[in-house]
Design a protein around this ligand. Structure first.
Ligand SMILES: NC(=O)c1ccc[n+]([C@@H]2O[C@H](COP(=O)([O-])OP(=O)(O)OC[C@H]3O[C@@H](n4cnc5c(N)ncnc54)[C@H](OP(=O)(O)O)[C@@H]3O)[C@@H](O)[C@H]2O)c1
Length: 421
């Protein structure tokens, strides 16, 4: 990918002049290509480097000399992760995350093949069509409850992304046996099949609802996290490595509150369960980026948590329907006022590294090479949506959801935008 300096500036939220200054000071690390007209064009790797520079200078307040020393050490320790020769199995590949992952991988990283593994043939048919029959995509009908099918699907696979899950809180409450079969037994099957077929690395997707769970969905994902972390101890000579990523609500994913609010817009009343509620908020781009970073840095057993902003549910409602009435309908069973991405007992094992929190496993099975420059957090550290230091404003939420309407947009203008997709 080729990025202009203003793209780097807007992605990192720093002025172009600062990027120019960093370019000058870190010229031995950041080496952009030049267009025929002499303009600089940056790669994804350069963007990562600028992100590191921002973290080291702005957050960790390091001097330029010590930031350089850190970058040098990290570049030495961490090889570039090359996707071009990788065959990937993606469970839940037809879901919101799965499709976005495929889009980004095919556009930017060109893997050898992605095997999409899921149950419903219609979703796979539609996806094949949406992706113009891209021959790097292979469609495997299968259920994560079926370990034999998983073994067959993982033959010759290097990397597994495990995204398949039952994820609707009420559905899991009402069908608990089904939730356990898919989210817990399914996780164990993925681990067994990956070890048996010699897969190298597996990343499983987890959720904030797995932290101190109050509903069955969260409880099954907590079990799944524990299986994946401890799965490393089962891999023996096969050396398969397992890690998790854990994040909050995905803006606009299937079943999220955004489509609900958009639907309610016409009625003039938006319903929230409790006006005090806060949530972490992540885009699909950020979720995919997190998974890619996890593959790059994982050594096995880590849970990677992105540093993402929070939002107030009432701000989201105001962003979508500025003139609508907001009506409280009462908190649902299994719902929390605020979510956490790290739990009380995890603070002592949590590091800040590369703009992520990394929860290290409690059992240090092997020597770690990465994370030398990571910063340890206090024992009582909890990353919660109500005490977060980053918040999305109403304008930012509106921008994320609708593109770029002016802040003065009225509900009826926004309704037109919704109607136009
Ligand atoms: N969306 C969020 O806000 C959010 C937040 C944090 C974490 N996560 C996690 O991210 C992951 C992906 O979420 P998503 O939003 O992409 O979910 P989604 O849109 O509901 O997609 C779920 C995918 O899993 C497949 N699937 C379901 N049961 C299966 C089974 N038994 N065997 C094989 N495939 C199965 C579905 O296809 P078929 O129905 O055709 O099988 C679909 O492809 C989940 O693990 C979820 O817990 C999501």
């Amino acid at each position: 990918m080729s990025l202009k300096i203003k793209d780097i500036s807007s992605q990192l939220n720093v002025p172009v002049s600062t990027i120019r200054y960093w370019q000058d000071k870190f010229t031995e690390f950041v080496r952009p290509n030049r267009t025929k007209g002499g303009q600089r064009r940056y790669s994804e790797k350069d963007l990562d480097l600028f992100r590191d520079i921002k973290r080291l200078l702005h957050e960790q307040k390091k001097s330029i000399a010590s930031a350089k020393a850190v970058i040098k050490a990290e570049l030495k320790g961490c090889r570039h992760f090359d996707w071009t020769n990788k065959t990937i199995l993606l469970t839940g590949g037809t879901g919101s995350f799965g499709k976005h992952f495929c889009r980004i991988m095919l556009e930017k990283y060109n893997p050898k093949a992605i095997r999409v593994y899921s149950r419903d043939e219609l979703k796979q048919h539609n996806m094949r069509f949406e992706f113009n029959d891209d021959n790097r995509l292979r469609f495997f009908i299968g259920d994560v409850r079926d370990v034999d099918r998983l073994r067959r699907a993982m033959a010759g696979v290097d990397i597994v992304v495990h995204a398949a899950a039952l994820k609707q809180v009420p559905a899991c409450e009402y069908n608990p046996f089904e939730a356990v079969k898919t989210n817990v037994h399914g996780a164990q099957n993925v681990i067994d099949a990956a070890i048996d077929t010699g897969v190298k690395k597996v990343v499983a997707l987890s959720t904030d609802k797995a932290v101190n769970p109050v509903n069955l969905y969260g409880a099954t994902k907590l079990c799944s996290d524990k299986l994946f972390v401890q799965g490393n101890a089962y891999s023996g000579a096969k050396n398969t490595r397992f890690s998790c990523v854990r994040y909050g609500n995905v803006i606009g994913s299937r079943g999220s509150v955004v489509p609900l609010f958009k639907k309610q817009l016409a009625s003039g009343v938006l319903t929230v369960t409790d006006k005090r509620m806060t949530r972490f908020w992540i885009t699909l781009d950020q979720a995919v980026e997190l998974v890619l970073k996890a593959f790059k840095y994982m050594e096995g057993g880590e849970i990677f948590v992105p540093r993402i902003p929070s939002m107030k549910i009432t701000d989201l409602a105001r962003a979508i329907g500025p003139e609508c009435k907001i009506k409280s309908i009462g908190i649902r069973p299994g719902e929390k006022l605020h979510e956490s991405l790290t739990g009380e007992d995890e603070g002592r094992n949590t590091l800040i590294y590369k703009d992520m929190y990394v929860i290290m496993p409690s059992f240090p099975w092997w020597n770690r090479k990465n994370y030398a420059e990571a910063v340890k957090l206090p024992e009582n550290f909890i990353y919660a949506s109500d005490t977060n230091d980053q918040w999305l404003t109403i304008e930012e939420l509106r921008h994320i959801i609708f593109g770029n309407p002016s802040p003065t947009n009225t509900s009826s203008e926004l309704k037109t935008k919704v109607a136009n997709g």
